[in-house]
Ligand binder design. Structure first.
Ligand code: IPM
Ligand code: MN
Length: 330
């Protein structure tokens, strides 16, 4: 069944395998009967090499009136590491206030299980607080702060409780309160106070190092997990690794207030070594497209795409063959 609505989507294929996997995502969305009004943006490492452009403010402002942003991957070996990541990806997350990074995981096999990590996406160690003193001397000092606001922690935590209410009513906070006695304390107090508003949700707490063991040995204990930006970055790579690989890991960078677009991207990077060879698995990008549809209110199409991806998750084939197979499964 086609939808009558059309959505304005900014598409950033980006670098490496990004454009290939996004093409499959758009193909599958179309096959699901959803009409997107797409605008392509040539941004990423390759564009930077061409003319020095990373993410101009006028582009960012243009995006504010879009319904969503669909991004493949950015980064190329020709550009110093971090430049595009900070100038494009993190700038998007911060400037568009995409404060929830939602990363769902699904374990197939004998004990199928799915769980989701909410990573705070605008603060913590990513805020860029810090600096050098006496740089380049033997007495050099580097500090890198972690910025934690009560508002920032609380809104991510609140999203966690809301999501838990719609799922299995269980939420785990992951932090390192035994060592990070300031930020951990703020997060723990915010968590415990918001928990009082959701008496139906059972809660748990794990230190991040222990959570790494449980992700591998006992992921069944998790349904919804909420954590800070850096712990969430690391933990979600592990989540991908223990649930079918990074080729299946999708993500949504959400502005839950909806006063601007949210951004949807696979967790994987640009994989320049296999770019342009139709070797990349497009499932993570296709699933990210499904998350985009779900957030736009097209939950039926999102569910059909997700089910089709599940059916094709073990398939071996070229990037476009996998996209075709998912489309055929709808
Ligand atoms: C991710 C990535 C980014 C991050 C990098 C590319 C800056 O690893 O989306 O998880 O650290 O957030
Ligand atoms: Mn990461």
């Amino acid at each position: 069944m086609g939808s009558a609505k059309s959505y304005r989507i900014a598409v950033v294929g980006g670098d490496g395998i990004g454009p290939e996997v996004i093409a499959e995502g758009l193909k599958v969305i179309k096959a699901a009967g959803i009409t997107l009004d797409t605008s392509d943006y040539d941004l990423g490492g390759a564009r930077y090499v061409k003319d020095g452009t990373v993410l101009p403010d006028d582009v960012l402002d243009e995006w504010r009136s879009f319904d969503a942003i669909y991004l493949g991957a950015v980064g190329t070996p020709a550009v110093p590491p971090g430049l595009i990541e900070r100038g494009l990806l993190l700038k998007m997350r911060f400037e568009l206030d995409l404060y929830v990074n939602l990363r769902p995981f699904k374990k197939a096999g004998e004990h199928p299980h799915d769980f989701v990590v909410i990573r705070e996406n605008t603060e913590g160690a990513y805020a860029g607080e810090g600096g050098f003193l006496r740089k380049g001397t033997p007495h050099e000092i580097a500090t890198q702060g972690s910025v934690n606001t009560r508002m920032g922690a609380e809104r991510a935590i609140r999203f966690g409780f809301e999501l838990a209410m719609r799922r299995n009513k269980h939420l785990t906070l992951v932090h390192k309160t035994n060592v990070l006695t300031f930020s951990g304390d703020l997060w723990e107090r915010a968590f415990n106070e918001v928990a009082l508003e959701y008496p139906e949700v059972t809660t748990a707490y794990n230190h991040v190092d222990a959570a790494c063991i449980y992700f591998v040995q006992d992921p069944q204990r998790y349904d919804v997990v909420v954590t800070d930006n850096l712990f969430g970055d690391i933990l979600t790579d592990l989540g991908g690794a223990v649930s079918g690989g990074i080729g299946l890991a999708a993500s949504a960078n959400l502005n839950p207030t909806r006063n601007g677009p949210s951004m949807f991207e696979p967790v994987h990077g640009s994989a320049p070594d296999i770019a342009g060879q139709q070797k990349a698995n497009p499932i993570a990008a296709i699933l990210s497209g499904a998350m985009m549809l779900d957030f736009l209110g097209e939950s039926a199409a999102a569910e059909r795409i997700t089910a089709a991806c599940d059916a094709c998750s073990e398939m071996i084939g070229s990037t476009s063959e996998i996209g075709d197979a998912v489309s055929a499964h709808l």
